[in-house]
Design a protein around this ligand. Structure first.
Ligand code: UDP
Ligand code: MG
Length: 312
């Protein structure tokens, strides 16, 4: 059986149609399936629709998180609730083409791949600012962590053992794409073209993306902390040179007003110090969040289909 894990946030208008579309493809290919739908604290009618879907269709498990915990936490909830021998993670907006699911399953079942990851062959209809942001993010992430996530997406099939390995990672603040690359296993990269959104708008605000950026970088690299040491070294060398020059001029009685130097030094060192404190603070905050050991998400309601139909 395959579990389809789908995080859903304010997608009430089209979620039912999306599920039916995916279901039709699964039935056509005679796959035993289970939908794990996670309502990430939607404020529209999503939960009502999911309840109705669970009543009318077989093999549905729907969870409602107690508030909007974010896609990452919703994915965790879904993967932890999934029972399948493999899980397919996909978006609710059909941007991850369901027509590729049979091929993913074939690669897993027949060719023995543990992870089949969807790789974006183009970034769809995204704006230039978004593309530039994504490029900046992935090149920084790659340089700092050593994992190349360029073109990576959350559209993935994972074998049961990969899901289990993944759920053993204890961190509370998760970055699914990075973590699923970290666990390794036999992987296949499958190119797909990003479809236009089924309806509605992207649920990611620039602020949410910024948070994801910082949490991803700090989760996979401590290099920013070492940059501070490096910066300190550079300033130390500079300070030796400047001290020598200052003392020389003092002893030879040619010291003159170095007002500009003083102001520049103040500004440069001041901002370097504050930036450094900020970087340390970011890591500290991360440690603080992990130490609090709060659950990644809370489930406020759960419904399941009464019927479970096996295709084969
Ligand atoms: N999503 C979620 N919680 C959030 C934001 C998004 O569960 O806080 C879900 C959303 O319902 C969709 C998926 O994550 O299934 C991807 O979101 P979206 O399509 O808005 O992102 P984009 O495709 O623009 O990256
Ligand atoms: Mg989308």
């Amino acid at each position: 059986m395959i579990s389809l894990v789908i995080p859903v946030y304010n997608e009430g208008a089209h979620i039912e149609a999306s599920i039916l579309k995916v279901q039709a493809i699964l039935l056509e290919n005679k796959v035993n399936y289970q939908f794990v739908l996670v309502d990430d604290g939607s404020r529209d009618e999503t939960w009502q629709v999911l309840q109705k879907v669970a009543q009318n269709l077989p093999n549905i498990k729907a969870l409602k998180l107690s508030r909007n915990f974010g896609k990452e936490a919703a994915l965790c909830a879904g993967l932890e609730a999934a029972d399948g021998e493999a899980c397919i993670v996909m978006d609710a907006d059909l941007q991850h083409p369901p027509a590729l699911i049979p091929e993913m399953i074939r690669l897993w079942r027949e060719e023995g791949y543990d992870v089949v990851e969807g790789v974006k062959s183009d970034r769809g209809h995204e704006g230039n600012v978004y593309k530039l942001g994504a490029h900046l993010f992935y090149s920084t992430f790659n340089r700092l962590s050593g994992f190349d996530l360029r073109r990576a997406s959350d559209f993935k099939l994972m074998d049961r053992k990969v899901v289990d390995a993944w759920s053993r990672l204890p961190e509370k603040d998760t970055f699914f794409r990075g973590m699923s690359a970290w666990v390794g296993f036999k992987r296949y990269r499958m190119a797909f073209a990003v479809e236009p959104r089924a309806a509605g708008n992207s649920k990611w605000s620039p602020l949410k993306l910024g948070k994801l950026f910082i949490s991803a970088i700090t989760a996979f690299s401590s290099l920013p902390l070492q940059i501070i040491t490096f910066l300190g070294g550079v300033f130390f060398v500079g300070s030796l040179l400047l001290s020598a020059q200052t003392l020389y001029m003092k002893f030879f009685g040619i010291a003159y007003s170095g007002f500009t130097t003083v102001i520049l030094l103040q500004l440069i060192i001041g901002s370097a110090l504050m930036l450094s404190l900020g970087i340390i603070g970011t890591y500290l905050a991360r440690i603080y969040d992990e130490v609090k050991n709060r659950p990644r998400y809370l489930i406020s309601a759960e419904v399941s289909s009464t019927r479970s139909d096996d295709v084969v």
